[in-house]
Design a protein around this ligand. Sequence first.
Ligand code: GLP
Length: 244
Amino acid sequence: MQLKIYKDHGSSSDAAASEIIELVKNKPNAILCMASGETPRLTCKLLVEKAIAQKVDLRHITFIGLDEWVGIPPENDGSCYHFFHTEIFKPLNFSADQVHLFDALSGNLEEECLKMDATIFEKGTIDLMIVGIGMNGHIGFNEPGVSFNNYSHVIDLDEITISGGQKYFKTPATLKRGITIGLKHLQESKKVLLMANGTKKAGVIKKTVQGEITNEFPASIMQTHTNGFVMIDEEAATLLDHKK
Ligand code: GLP
């Protein structure tokens, strides 16, 4: 794993967007897996701008959504579906068959997980995974205590995730379970970028980068990835022992 500290969130988002553009230039049918949330929003905006300016066509990639709130419909603007649709799919004219997002309203969530795993295995390995980090160290909805060996799964949400997750919703949402890509997928991805910014993430970044590797703090798995990059701004780096 490598730590990359950028001057500000704009610079790290620009670097992440460029990573996607370069990947697609070299491999038009790449498999990209991304988180939604506040952290990658600017990356998405810059990705759209770069794709248009450089005439890079992303319509041959396979897009995998990292996670979704169980029971939240796609039209709810707090859903991960809504985020991707607004930030990426619509501006870049993605087609329905290139995007694979969990159906959080499915009556058979186990089947949703198997379907997602089958898609990933059929298409090959995920080329690039871009994730954020929750205030409890989760990645996607891989909550504290999760196995590092899970593929896609459904999980009961942690209290911190339930209360913190309200920020995405205009009216209070009932959040109980999440459906998510597992950490085994992360380990098998060719490249992983974990992004974080702001002083509020400084504590979780310290644990991610310099803490014990433990499933009680899922993001610590980044330390084991040989092609993993923790991309943060200076504010998120303020609690690290030795900045590099
Ligand atoms: C959410 C999502 C994650 C996301 C994380 C951080 O609950 N499940 O996929 O990366 O928390 O979100 P944010 O970037 O909004 O801080």
